[in-house]
Design a protein around this ligand. Sequence first.
Ligand code: E4P
Length: 217
Amino acid sequence: MKFFIDTANLDQIKEAQDLGVLDGVTTNPSLMAKEGITGKENILQHYKDICEIVDGDVSAEVIATDFDNMISEGTVLANLHKQIVVKLPMIKDGIKAAKYFSDNGVKTNVTLVFSAGQALLAAKAGATYVSPFIGRLDDISTDGLNLIAEIRQIYDNYGFTTQILAASVRHTMHVIDCAKLGADVMTGPLSSITGLLRHPLTDIGLEKFLSDYKKGN
Ligand code: E4P
C-alpha cells in the first residue's frame, strides 16, 4: 500500500518524507489556498518545490472544467516535473481529458469520486489513479469504506490497472480499513500516518527495557 500525504504544507511533507514511508503527495485548490499559495506562477513553483522534497507522484489539480482548457492546463502541469500527475474532476470533460492524457502517456488522478459507477468510468478512461473520497461520504452518513470495497471488486473482476487512491482519509482507522480492503494507495493528513506509530504498550515496554538496562549498567 502506498502512502500519500494530502497537503500543500512543505514542512509536513518534509516530516513525512523524513520518516521514510512517503510515496507521494496529493494537493487540491483548497489545500493550496490554506497555505496562502495564490497566483498561477506561485502555484506552479509550489508544485515544483513539492516535487523536490518527495520521490513519488505529486497530484496537481486543474482548475478548468472544459476539455480544451483542461488539456492546456494539464499539459503545463505535466511539463513542470516528471513526478506530476494531472488531477481531473469527475465530470464529463474530466473523463474525456483522462482518456486524452492516458493515450498520450501522461499520468492522471480522477478526483471527487463518490460512486462505483464514476470509478468504473475513470478506469475505462485509463486513469492512473481514481480518488474516492471516503471521509466526505462518512460525513453524510454514507459508508465510505463500502465504496472502496465495491471499486476493488469491480476493478479485480476486469483486471483494471487504475490504482484505487483512498482519499479524504481522516484518521488511522481509515488507513487500516483501506489496507484491509486492498486500496492501492491512501492519502490523508500527516496525523493519519504518524498516528499509526502510537501504542501505549510500546511506550510502557520501552520505558521498562530502558530502566532495567540502567539497573545493570
Ligand atoms: C484528495 O485528493 C483530496 O485532496 C482530499 O483527500 C480531500 O480530503 P478532505 O475531504 O479531507 O478535504
